[in-house]
Design a binder for this molecule. Structure first.
Ligand SMILES: Nc1ncnc2c1ncn2[C@@H]1O[C@H](COP(=O)(O)OP(=O)(O)OP(=O)(O)O)[C@@H](O)[C@H]1O
Ligand SMILES: [Mg+2]
Length: 367
């Protein structure tokens, strides 16, 4: 039997429910500067529990965030002013997160000061999305330029290769000369491959999407990568969630993505290292871009304990031609980025120099 919403009694909503459900951190400071309220989002943002925070003074709690203390003081008597600012909130472990903060005096209806109220909004995800947009723009511009150039270069290269092949026949009696022509042909092939990869970056790929088992695909990638692992002692750990549903993807394209990621992970290791591959269902659904189709997503995490990435390099690693390797093209991650974007997924990196790297890819569950 259907419930008539007009007749059924709505469940009463408490302030506590509202505060717990808010995505923004809410912190209340009493007139003496002690914390008197600390909601769940504030706990997540500050990496502190409410029980640790309550009854501490804001000066102590925010000792790494003097700018916040100044804002709170401005909202308490005698100033009683409201302020708003963006800055980095540093948690007790020294990790900064970009936040937008507004602090206002808290007054009762008679105008008596009850303290100050802080609203903290975590901007990490918004920054990541802005960064994604900028990156897509950069890739599009670069792609158009590169495609034009690659096209122009491919024709003369074809001519050079043809001429070198004719030459090889003409000098077949002289082995030293044959070797020179073979170098010419090999190098032309190498440039051609590079140009193909470059063209791949700018051509919108025609995806052949099908439901697929991500674990089978990952196992196949590991099989393909066996060769590069040889000579190094790489311990592979698989933490697969066996309950994951099939995902929606183009098998050859996704194989290329995970192959590039695993290759990079192995290359970042010395003679030995550990490669951990984890799969899980996405639990926080709110991170999708506004306007994009919603659905269920899974995450694949390719983690290594290799050299890690310098902080200054992090913003550039997905840009075409960015490489720190002597024989790298710097196209691997740019290609991964493009393919995952076309799948409607996300690709994220977390890394610190000397502490390995973790590349996380999200992909849509097949409906
Ligand atoms: N797992 C990782 N650990 C440390 N650094 C990494 C890792 N993955 C990528 N990088 C850094 O990002 C850069 C760009 O990677 P990308 O795969 O695009 O190019 P590449 O590996 O240098 O060359 P190519 O993939 O064409 O052989 C690398 O040169 C390296 O500095
Ligand atoms: Mg690479």
């Amino acid at each position: 039997m259907k419930n008539d919403p007009e007749k059924s009694n709505p469940t009463p909503i408490s302030w506590e429910d509202i505060l717990t459900s808010l995505e923004d951190g809410v912190i209340v400071v009493d007139p003496r500067g002690r914390i008197s309220l600390f909601n769940q989002a504030a706990e997540a943002l500050s990496a502190m529990s409410a029980s640790q925070a309550l009854q501490q003074t804001c000066t102590r709690l925010f000792k790494k965030n003097s700018w916040l203390i100044t804002m709170i003081k401005n909202s308490l008597p005698p100033h009683l002013s409201s302020t708003r600012a963006d800055g980095d909130f540093v948690n007790p472990w020294g990790h900064p997160a970009p936040v937008s903060v507004s602090v206002s005096p808290l007054q009762d209806q008679a105008g008596r000061c009850l303290g100050a109220i802080l609203l903290l909004r975590d901007l990490t995800r918004r920054r990541e999305m802005e960064e994604d947009l900028k990156r897509s723009d950069r890739l599009a511009t670069l792609g158009t330029l590169a495609a034009g150039l690659a096209h122009e270069i491919k024709n003369p290269l074809g001519g050079i290769k043809g001429a070198a092949q004719l030459l090889r026949r003409a000098v077949a009696h002289d082995l030293a000369l044959v070797e020179y022509t073979e170098i010419m042909i090999r190098e032309v092939d190498r440039v051609n491959l590079l140009l193909e990869q470059l063209l791949d970056l700018s051509r919108p790929a025609r995806l052949h999407l099908a439901p697929l088992n991500i674990h089978e695909l990952l196992d196949q990638v590991l099989l393909l990568e066996r060769e590069s692992v040889q000579g190094r002692r790489v311990e592979v750990r698989k933490h697969y969630d066996p309950s994951l549903p099939p995902i929606c993807g183009d098998p050859p394209q996704l194989t290329q993505v995970f192959l590039n990621l695993v290759k990079n992970a192995v290359q970042a290791m010395d003679a030995e290292g550990r490669l951990t591959i984890t799969t899980r269902m996405e639990t926080d659904f709110h991170i999708r871009e506004a306007g994009k189709a919603r659905g269920k997503f899974i995450w694949v995490d390719i983690q290594d304990n290799g050299a890690g990435i310098e902080e200054a390099d992090l913003p550039h690693i997905f840009s075409p031609f960015f490489t720190t390797k002597n024989n790298g093209t710097g196209l691997g991650l740019a290609i991964c980025y493009r393919i995952i974007k076309e799948h409607g997924g996300l690709i994220r990196v977390e890394s610190r120099a000397g502490e390995g790297a973790s590349f996380k890819v999200s992909l849509r569950v097949a409906s």
